[in-house]
Design a protein around this ligand. Structure first.
Ligand code: SF4
Length: 357
């Protein structure tokens, strides 16, 4: 691979030069025998691509590198007894192709099937990277038409795949169409590109997006190693365009399931003015057993953060289900005792608050 500095910072160059095989990967890391075999055996299960930028964040020799584990296939993916193909029944919840409605007032609209990288734990691994789920313009128009004809929908999340892998022009067409629908109040973009391809966040993109406010962005950082100067610049461009940026992580065993790593991640996000919003329990998804954390351990982790960092740096731990999101909270309210409500403080002390009936 030869590139100039200008190429490296060009998002289209990064997309065109993604690592997609052992040979390319070997220029970033010492590929293990297991990884080599997994890339071959899993090739038909789930696509493998990494942007040069994200590949450059991997540790060349550490098999446990948190970046490497998110993107490089392993044979263990074939040893999952419980995993499902579509654990949230998203296909059952789709009135038209790629429009997912679980709640009455909002939809997730999977506008494309393409991502910059393919995360090994991806909830939508059944569809991302697969031709069957790509969206032609007429299929996008059909989804938009369904939203137009459904006045209850006030909030549209554009997701995928990753909506920012579209050109500015294609994305603007979707935004223009949605903004012409009076009942659509909020448009959200779910994108991992600030993490995996931060050069995609250009001043031109931000100028275009801010014409369609209120626009919100939710991105997906999982580990403090991803909080680079490039990612901070991308977040800064978005927030300067008046776009609130939130973060949704997935709780991943051996990657971010300890208090210190999660604290560093959340505090780093807040420094970048990105609000830690949700951390999802990893789904019962095919090929991902090695990533799953016991829910009790996840609850204990977020309980331990309470009082150890700013309240707004603590995300909500969430279990997503086919019937919507369920907060997985530690119960700080212990109950009523006469005229008192008994609660637990962050230090684990009991406090009685007078609260007469
Ligand atoms: S970027 Fe998001 S949608 Fe794409 S593979 Fe990763 S988790 Fe899945």
């Amino acid at each position: 691979m030869t590139e100039s500095e200008g190429d490296w910072e060009s998002w289209t160059w990064q997309m065109q030069n993604r690592v997609d095989g052992v040979e390319g990967l070997a220029s970033y890391i010492s590929v293990s025998e297991d990884e080599c075999k997994a890339m071959e055996e899993l090739a038909t299960h789930f696509r493998f691509r990494i942007t040069p930028y994200y590949a450059s964040l991997m540790d060349a020799d550490d098999l446990h590198c948190p970046i490497r584990r998110q993107v490089v296939p392993r044979m263990v993916e074939l040893a999952d007894a419980a995993g499902l193909r579509d654990p949230l029944d998203e296909e059952e919840h789709s009135p038209v192709k790629n429009v997912i409605r679980v709640y009455p007032d909002r939809v997730a609209f999977c506008v494309n099937n393409e991502c910059a990288i393919y995360c090994r734990y991806c909830l939508r691994k059944r569809m991302v990277g697969s031709e069957e789920w790509s969206m032609k313009k007429r299929e996008l128009a059909r989804g938009i038409q369904w939203i137009r004809q459904t006045p209850a929908i006030r909030d549209v999340l554009l997701t995928g795949g990753d909506p920012l892998t579209y050109s500015d022009a294609r994305l603007e067409w979707i935004l223009q169409e949605l903004r012409s629908i009076p009942h659509v109040e909020i448009i959200r973009l779910g994108t991992r590109l600030p993490v995996t391809l931060p050069y995609r966040i250009t001043p031109e993109l931000c100028s275009m997006l801010q014409k369609y406010h209120p626009i919100w962005v939710n991105t997906h950082f999982n580990h403090p190693k991803e909080l680079t100067a490039e990612a901070a610049r991308a977040a800064d461009l978005l927030t300067k365009a008046g776009i609130p940026v939130g973060n949704q992580s997935v709780l991943l065993k051996g990657i971010n399931d300890d208090v210190e790593t999660m604290k560093r991640l959340c505090e780093g996000l807040v420094r970048m003015r990105v609000r830690p919003y949700y951390v999802y329990q990893a789904q019962l998804l095919d090929g991902t057993e090695h990533f799953r954390v016991r829910i009790e351990d996840g609850i204990a982790l977020f309980r331990a953060l309470r009082g150890r960092t700013s309240g707004f740096a603590i995300p909500q731990y969430i279990l997503d289900t086919p019937h919507g999101k369920v907060p997985l909270d530690h119960a700080f309210v212990k109950g009523r005792d006469g005229d008192d409500i008994v609660v637990e403080t962050f230090e684990g002390l009991e406090w009685r608050e007078r609260n007469p009936l």
